[in-house]
Design a protein around this ligand. Sequence first.
Ligand code: AMP
Length: 355
Amino acid sequence: MKVPFSPAAPSGSTSNALSVFNTIPPLHTMLSHLPGPIALVPTMGALHAGHISLLRRAAIENPTVIISIFVNPTQFAPTEDLSTYPRTLDADLKLLNQLNFDLAQERKQGENIAGSIKAVFAPTDHVMYPNPPTASSPGSYVTVLPISTVLEGQSRPTFFRGVTTVCMKLFHIIRPDVVYFGQKDIQQTVVIKRMVQDFCMDNYLRVRIGPTVREEPDGLALSSRNVYLGTRRRKVATVLVNALRVAEGVFAKGSRLREDILGAANEVIAQEQKIQSELPSHLRVLFKVDYISLADSLTLAELDDVEDGKGAIISGAIKMLPVEDVQGGEDPGFGGGMGTVRLIDNILLGAAAKI
Ligand code: AMP
């Protein structure tokens, strides 16, 4: 999905100025004066065109859009990047004001746009976790089992528990009528939809999924974590989307068998690994595959073959290993290229694409 070019919003414009709330009571006061339906787009900030596409759709469809920006500690394992995760609130606010400016222009030109971004909810850890979890007092969590334990959940055992817990809190705080999530994190969408059903919230809360926004022309899915890659790993990072696209091609030609669909994806990955392993260490990029999966779009159970009535999700995760022998003048990425960068992506096959 391409993001249209737009002229810059006048700087210092107050008409689009956004209210940022760090605590709940003033947000509630504001919300009580705003027209419904209320849409919520939960994020961890470091906004990019993927987030903006969700916000844009939310504003086209709803008068009031709230974005939450919260780097949620409980979804990070102790070994993960909580302390270095990019936090760019000023730049995020600029993007949000620009979006509101663009939406206002489009409305003036007669486009059917229901609303705009009305507020940013950027709570502190204390607001979201009034009794901070500790080893002896882990606290209260929402768990959605078993779908939180497969795929991403296998590599990151406490990740979805953190996601579902923070989303449930956000849903309680903001009380949205509709929430928007990106297909980029497909398992997250499946887990959230299941949580909404299992907790009997589906009669008043709708879950909408926006398509994955990719970099042009090579198709890498946008992610706040791509800043860690640097130039060398960035070039090779497309191996995952390339592998998934080849598998999608096999499905499109009529194959329904796991071994054919995943075999094609695994071959693309093995070829790239061979190319990289033959390069000298100052040029190569080593990476490991976490998983390449062909799964049912509701249960996430692995499939031996794809039923035409149901379709499937083909998804994958790879770990780009630290940059070796960084050369003078080379951009090794945010963090000096020292950390592993985990990339995920997915493509929906057949009937599963109707989300
Ligand atoms: P995050 O800030 O990474 O937690 O993402 C917030 C929301 O944006 C989630 O629903 C993501 O799935 C969505 N998102 C992230 N990257 C993309 C992308 N490239 N395209 C569409 N949605 C995305």
